[in-house]
Design a protein around this ligand. Sequence first.
Ligand code: FES
Length: 67
Amino acid sequence: MADHETTWGDHPRTTVRLRPGERVTLCRCFQSKNFPFCDGSHREVAGRGPVTVVVLQEEPSESRGVI
Ligand code: FES
């Protein structure tokens, strides 16, 4: 499962760390009780829905022809 942290500078910033192959659905409406992850609360408010992020598996360098 992805881990995350929020820092509070001039503007709050949340960083989500993902590993290759992970998939998460992130909240863009700021109503989720499980922020930064979507919990479906966007259905109750007008505005933005979630965005899904998928981390693609990177190929080993040998298979990309790197010498
Ligand atoms: S809860 Fe915010 S986008 Fe789904």
